[in-house]
Design a protein. Structure first.
Length: 156
């Protein structure tokens, strides 16, 4: 059997008051908090994936502004996750939009709640992504290259 990590994207979204937009979900029956995040789908770029996931989980349009980092984590299940975390801004929530069925609510939470472990996080990557962003980690989006479109151009 061939090993393959689960590729995910996530978004750190911070408002003008320094609060972070997190989603509440209950993957195993217990509520936990996560960034808007999800799996990369076939034929999708990383930027398309993070914009889609933010919209599906928050009903807000996301504009990526930089890459916070790339994170590798082995979950207790043994699954390996490779997370590409972006930061950016969102528009106001779209009125006639339903959240993804796995999301029970969205919350703007302050740094203290996250740092002091006052809330249950989905994985250690959630806190690490936020702390890295708060500490200035940001790489320009020009570091991302969609080689599928480059390959199509090469063969034309």
């Amino acid at each position: 059997m061939r090993w393959s990590p689960r590729v995910t994207v996530a978004a750190v979204i911070t408002d003008t008051e320094g609060r972070h937009l997190l989603v509440e979900e209950s993957p195993e029956g217990t509520p936990v908090f996560n960034q808007p995040a999800g799996h990369l789908e076939a034929n999708e770029t990383l930027l398309d994936a993070v914009c889609r996931e933010v919209y599906e989980e928050t009903c807000r349009t996301f504009e990526p502004q930089g890459l916070v980092g790339i994170y590798q984590w082995v979950a207790p299940s043994g699954d390996t996750y490779l997370r590409f975390c972006f930061h950016g801004v969102v528009e106001q929530r779209v009125e006639d939009c339903d959240l993804d069925p796995d999301i029970s609510a969205t919350h703007w939470l302050d740094q203290r709640q996250i740092e002091n472990n006052e809330i249950a996080l989905r994985s250690p990557m959630v806190k690490r992504c936020i702390l890295d962003f708060v500490n200035g980690s940001s790489t320009h989006l020009a570091c991302l290259h969609d080689m599928a479109s480059a390959a199509r151009q090469f063969h034309e």
